[in-house]
Design a binder for this molecule. Structure first.
Ligand code: B12
Length: 241
């Protein structure tokens, strides 16, 4: 005999369905209710919002959904994510250093990057988010300005993956490559591809991103500098997560 669904189950089911249908108002209301009821933010995210977006991707691939459907679903999901953000990023510490995050030029996908940013903030990093469609010139300028310890490139299109290499080359040309660790990610990215373009690390999801970033700090003795502070210590060779 199965138990009747609890309100928490109904909320998660509703979040999934409404995200899939792109109903932003309903997603916002249910996320608020879920938070008020004490459903863990990670449960709302990984138990409802993310699976819905995965299903959107599946439907797009099979021709059931087109760009407009994908867009309204993504917007609805992001409305929920914005409400969860303060809970996911709750942290007393902010001293681990600055991570610069961006989606590469030509690419507008930012949900995965945003999620990584939120989790990095939660882990104690200061995150500077440059947004989407970021050129190599803008990256170089931002590295000079913010002096991050880590830079993260996100790409979701096979056609924009090549920008990882463009960005890495720009950093090298400007003498900045050895001042930062570079991590890459996004749906079509693999560890092999990350190695091939010369990134220092790859992570398949936000938790692995945090592990990777923290692992790099640990590997260099936890020593970090403040954003805008003294020059970065030499980059140490890093293992993959
Ligand atoms: C939502 C969505 C959109 C939205 C994006 C809205 C937004 N603000 O992001 C909109 C509607 C704008 C869109 C547009 C397009 N899209 Co789109 N989109 C998607 C969809 C459904 C979901 C992507 C997503 O956000 N997933 C959720 C996140 C959380 O995914 P995730 O991979 O789990 O994220 C984790 C990791 O990737 C990692 N990670 C991510 N970034 C980083 C960065 C670093 C540094 C690290 C370490 C880790 C890391 O951590 C994340 C968190 O855990 C995917 C389908 C899919 N399966 O990916 C298609 C998809 C990516 N899109 C696709 C396509 C084709 C397009 C369009 C070209 C469609 C068109 N004809 O116009 C345009 C391109 C626009 C552009 N120039 O960028 C294809 C790409 C195919 C390919 N191989 O190139 C996909 C795969 C759909 C498909 N199955 O065909 N899209």
């Amino acid at each position: 005999m199965s138990l009747p669904p609890t309100r928490a189950d109904e909320i998660k089911r509703g979040l999934y369905d409404h995200t899939l249908a792109g109903r932003a108002r309903e997603v916002k209301a249910l996320t608020e209710e879920g938070i008020a009821l004490g459903i863990p933010a990670l449960d709302l995210l990984f138990g409802a919002l993310m699976p819905a977006l995965q299903e959107v991707g599946r439907r797009f691939e099979s021709g059931e959904y087109f760009v407009p459907e994908m867009l309204v679903s993504a917007k609805a999901m992001q409305g929920g994510l914005a409400l969860l953000r303060p809970l996911l990023a709750e942290s007393d510490a902010r001293g681990l250093g600055t991570v610069l995050m961006l989606t590469v030029k030509g690419d507008l996908h930012d949900i995965g990057k945003n999620l990584c940013g939120i989790m990095l903030e939660g882990a104690g990093f200061t995150v500077v988010d440059l947004g989407t469609n970021v050129s190599a010139d803008r990256l170089v300028e931002a590295v000079r300005q913010h002096r991050p310890v880590i830079v993260g490139f996100s790409a979701f299109l096979t056609t924009t993956l090549a920008m990882f290499k463009t960005n890495l080359e720009a950093l090298a040309r400007e003498g900045l490559r050895d001042t930062v660790k570079v991590m890459v990610g996004g749906a079509p990215v693999s560890r092999e591809y990350a190695d091939q373009v010369g990134a220092d690390g790859y992570a398949p999801d936000a938790s692995a991103t945090v592990r990777l970033a923290k692992g790099w700090l640990a590997a260099r003795g936890g020593g970090v500098r403040d954003a805008g502070g003294a020059p970065a210590p030499a980059v140490v060779p890093a293992g993959r997560p």
